[in-house]
Ligand binder design. Sequence first.
Ligand code: KG4
Ligand code: ZN
Length: 358
Amino acid sequence: MSENIIVLGIETSCDETGVALYSQNNGIMAEMLRSQAEIHSNYGGVVPELASRDHVRTLLPLIRETMDQAGVQQEDITGIAYTAGPGLMGALFVGACVGRSLAFAWQKPSVEIHHMEGHLLAPLMEAEPPAFPFIALLVSGGHTQLIRANDWGQYELLGSSLDDAAGEAFDKVARMLDLGYPGGPKVAACAETFDHDPAVPEIVFPKPMVDRPGLDFSFSGLKTAVLNRIQMIKAEQGAIKPGDKANICAAFQRAVVDTLILKCKRALKQTGVKRLVLAGGVSANKMLRQSVAEQLSGEYDIYYPRPRWCTDNGAMIAFAGYQHFKRFHHHSGQPLQGSRGISKDMLAIKVLPRWPLC
Ligand code: KG4
Ligand code: ZN
């Protein structure tokens, strides 16, 4: 292995094609992202078959562009990291096939990365990364989890959503209100337009699961409360006005944010850990960041990835891959927990649409 480890990272688990090069000496050398939001927006959610087809069209040219931008040749690359799960089977398969085939053609090792480990480690790419141990709130479209990260690859699950993920709830509320896809940023933007008119009562939704002990989440009750409210308004006035939408979005966002923060506080207290990391698509949410700053930053150190590394991207996969290659290279020991190993063997290609991180 060369002195300067350079890893090509590939992310295709859902509706973003992400490619990046991470180098030991220079960090992220280049990164590219193609969003499929426009393709899926007509359907109000991700259409798996369309996602796979678009990854097929996009991935190879994007890898070429990323390498050109970084001025990196195939011989400079130490190894290839690709998301092997969890995610959409067909979408994952495109990244895995391309990653393994390039590794085979270039005679390089490849490593299968857990998508949520990518999210979890993304804040560690920043200039002032958190030290271990830290508590991580992973909030994405597919997952809502509280994790205690003790060291590289040493993760403990403290709590998770029993039903919908936080991002999924945002997406479904956006759909109920015809706000478009992806729903998180649309609901957040609509909530920002809420201008409280004292003559109209401000909606308050119950905070889900906060009265129950433990660190699990549930968002389906809140989603039903939103649906009931929409139906009630429609029955009363025939249609939903923009002001009603803003009122609902603000109340929904408040309930989600309050619940997430309450569970974070509980996890921090319970473990005595002083560092909190927020990652995954929903961690880009401005109101969540504001409320965390107000309620937690006095007592705890808070860490986020920059917004473009909150949502799916290739950089976090290249970085997680780099950590795996570096550790394997230096210690030549067993692959890290959470990794399915660094394989140089032939063309075995596997993906794991369901794959617990810990
Ligand atoms: O991490 P991510 O890109 O993909 C998954 O691994 O699922 O997260 C996507 C999710 C979507 O549900 C999206 O609506 C949500 O993150 N999201 C947001 C925001 N930006 C993205 N939710 C709330 N506020 C945002 N600003
Ligand atoms: Zn993700």
